[in-house]
Design a protein around this ligand. Sequence first.
Ligand code: 3HC
Length: 275
Amino acid sequence: MGRQIAMSAALSGYATIVQDISSDGLEFAEAELESWVAKQIGKNKLTVDAAGAALNRLSFAQDLDRAAADADFVIEAATERLDIKRSIFKCLGTVAPAHAILATNSSTMGSSMVAEASGRADRVCNMHFFNPALVMKCVEVVRHESTSDATVNTVMALASRLGKEPVLIKREIPGFIANRLMGAVQREALALAGAGIASITDIDTTARTALGHPMGPFELMDLVGLDVIDFIARANFAQTGTETDAPNERVSALVAEGKLGRKSGIGFYDYAQCH
Ligand code: 3HC
């Protein structure tokens, strides 16, 4: 998601550095964004000049120390592992300018888990974007006990300047708002399919045609990635212990088979054949 968040910032006029420890990851990010920009130009959604200006505001770096050295604002979107996030926040706390706000895109870890490591807990919060980040309007801004009002106000204002519609979550709760709502729909969809009441295709069709959802719950799980869905359930279940939050066996089995959704070409649907 990091590359699309970065592009949103570049399109809004901010000089933005995409940092990743993997050079392959950076190459992939650059290629995807260039291709997205070309399609936007083709659809007359972006002028050649605006696209060029946005791409010029983007740079790519492997070294976090150097990337963060002049940053006013950092949005961390690393893999959902607490040890990795803590070490990133520890590093950012040392190398980023003292005024810089450090936000995490995590959907499963409240920023209180990384705030202390940064040494500037008052300037840390969650800024949670949604897939695909260049398209989805919602940004969940989640404060923890020590997040200052000034930080919250700046993060909300920045999200608005990125063309998003930020919502404020006043205290940390597993799943925030969106993933709790999404989880409820997915649970019910998985239960209906598991009981043989209807096919996944018909359940998806119902969500689209009866409820006006842009995609059905199985299509959405495939878009987000079944590994991510499984990980979110495990993380939430570990925090709440509530049976309804437990990971779903069918999703876990697909993940174990390497069927992760769109990114692996197959999940609930087979993208080689169907899409
Ligand atoms: N990356 C960037 N842009 C994309 C994209 C992608 N992967 N997929 C689609 N788009 C863009 C298209 O370029 C198009 O842009 P345009 O309007 O400027 O031309 C626009 O989205 C619409 O795309 P399409 O016309 O091809 O297709 P749809 O109208 O079906 O829209 C969709 C695709 C936006 C993905 C829509 O189906 C949708 O909103 N689905 C629900 C997505 C959702 O619920 N996301 C939240 C997931 S939960 C999450 O992220 C939380 C995390 O913690 C797990």
